[in-house]
Design a protein around this ligand. Structure first.
Ligand SMILES: Nc1ncnc2c1ncn2[C@@H]1O[C@H](COP(=O)(O)OP(=O)(O)OP(=O)(O)O)[C@@H](O)[C@H]1O
Ligand SMILES: [Mg+2]
Length: 124
């Protein structure tokens, strides 16, 4: 199991969410974050003064998946988040030791994404 963590521009999120849902990956967490890449800061003029913003707003996506699904998730994020401009973002992949579905006590890969024939109400 792996955790795919991506820092992207906000406007890339909707196409990513929509395609991941179609591909059978509805489960994710998103967080509004601020970050900086290697440009360190962007200097803008504000009321005549030069102001450097070191942090830019980004969206963090966390998506826990089976090892065999990592490339699909990464490819989907790359496809929609890449504009070719600096600040497009980063993707990190880390190992997950274990996962549990709290409701049932199940553990392992079957807890991570949608069951192929699941037709459950959208409630969480
Ligand atoms: N090494 C890192 N560790 C943690 N977060 C990072 C790291 N690099 C980038 N980020 C996050 O990703 C966001 C976007 O980074 P960004 O795309 O500017 O990376 P970059 O390395 O500067 O590449 P580019 O030259 O394409 O801009 C940052 O604002 C930050 O939230
Ligand atoms: Mg950058």
């Amino acid at each position: 199991m792996k955790l795919v963590v991506a820092y992207i521009r906000h406007d890339a999120f909707e196409p990513i969410r929509s395609e991941l849902l179609e591909l059978g990956f509805p489960s994710m967490t998103i967080t509004d974050v601020k970050g900086s890449g290697r440009q360190k800061g962007i200097t803008e003029s504000y009321r005549g003064a030069s102001v450097t913003n070191y942090l830019r707003p980004k969206l963090k996506i966390e998506c826990a998946v089976a090892d065999g699904d990592v490339q699909t998730i990464v490819d989907t994020i790359l496809k929609h988040a890449r504009t070719g401009n600096v600040g497009d973002g980063k993707i990190f992949v880390t190992a997950i030791e274990q996962a549990y579905r709290i409701r049932t006590g199940e553990s392992g890969e079957e807890t991570l994404q949608a069951h192929p024939d699941a037709a459950e109400a959208v409630n969480g």
